[in-house]
Unconditional design. Structure first.
Length: 234
C-alpha cells in the first residue's frame, strides 16, 4: 500500500507539479493550499507524512508543525521552504519538523528524505524501561533508553562504533584517533576531547540523568551503558 502524503503549498502551479512528481514516485499524495485544508484532509482521510511550506496564508508552517507535533506525534513533517538561514532551520526543527529542506530542491532529494522519515516512523517504539542505547549508524542517529532520537555526525558515528566494540570497557585514545583515520603521534588530542565533549552534550540533552559517556583521565573514554548497533533500516 502506498504511503499517504499531504503536500501543503499555496502556489497552485508548484503544488500541482510536486504532487505529480510524488505520485509518480509511488506515493498517495493529496495537495492542500493552507492549514485549514490540511486539517480538513487529516480529519477525513489522514496520512503518514506532511510536506509543508512555511510561508502559507493564515496560519504559517511553523505554527502548524508545532500543533501537529503536539496533537499527532506519529505524523512525519518535512518542511520545504525558501527560508535558508541557519536560525530558520533550527526554528523549523525545534517546532517539530523531522527534516528541513531549502528551495529549490531536487525532487530526488525530497523523495529520499521522505522515504527516510517514513522508515524512521515505521520502526517499532523502544520498550519502556530499556537500559540500552541504539546506534543506527546508516541513518546517523542514536536512540536513548527513553526512545528519544538524536541526530549525530559521521565522525560521531565512528567514535560511537568504536565505543560499542568493547561493551562498557574503556577505549584508548589511540584506538579512537586511529579509527578516525589519523596518526596518533601527529594528531592534536584536544580535537578528540572537543568532539567527545560535543557528543556527550548531545546525549545529556535527552538523558541528563543517565549520561553514558565517561572520560577516563590519561586513558580514553567509555560508554558506560549497553550500546547496540541497529542498522536494520531498509
Amino acid at each position: 500500500m502506498s504511503s499517504r502524503i499531504a503536500l501543503v503549498e499555496d502556489d497552485e502551479d508548484l503544488r500541482d507539479e510536486m504532487c505529480f512528481q510524488l505520485a509518480r514516485a509511488g506515493f498517495d499524495v493529496f495537495g492542500c493550499e493552507d492549514g485549514v485544508s490540511l486539517d480538513r484532509h487529516l480529519a477525513g482521510s489522514g496520512c503518514e507524512l506532511v510536506v509543508m511550506d512555511l510561508g502559507l496564508p493564515g496560519e504559517d508552517g511553523l505554527s502548524i508543525s508545532a500543533r501537529l507535533r503536539a496533537t499527532r506525534p506519529g505524523l512525519g513533517v518535512v518542511m520545504l521552504t525558501a527560508r535558508g538561514r541557519l536560525q530558520d532551520r533550527l526554528d523549523g526543527l525545534d517546532r517539530g519538523a523531522d527534516a528541513y529542506l531549502v528551495k529549490p530542491v531536487d525532487t530526488r532529494e525530497l523523495i529520499a528524505v521522505i522515504q527516510t522519515v517514513l522508515r524512521r516512523l515505521a520502526m517499532p517504539m523502544p520498550t519502556p524501561g530499556r537500559q540500552e542505547w541504539l546506534l543506527r549508524y546508516r541513518s546517523l542517529e542514536i536512540v536513548s533508553p527513553e526512545g528519544k532520537v538524536i541526530s549525530i555526525s559521521g565522525m560521531e558515528v565512528i567514535l560511537l562504533r568504536e565505543l560499542a566494540k568493547t561493551g562498557t570497557e574503556v577505549v584508548a585514545r589511540r584506538q579512537l584517533i586511529e579509527a578516525l583515520g589519523h596518526d596518533y603521534l601527529l594528531f592534536d588530542q584536544r580535537r578528540l576531547d572537543t568532539a567527545m565533549s560535543r557528543l556527550r552534550h548531545k546525549l545529556e540533552e535527552v538523558s541528563p540523568e543517565r549520561s553514558p559517556i565517561r572520560a577516563v583521565r590519561g586513558v580514553g573514554y567509555v560508554f558506560a551503558m549497553p550500546l547496540r548497533e541497529d542498522d536494520d533500516i531498509t
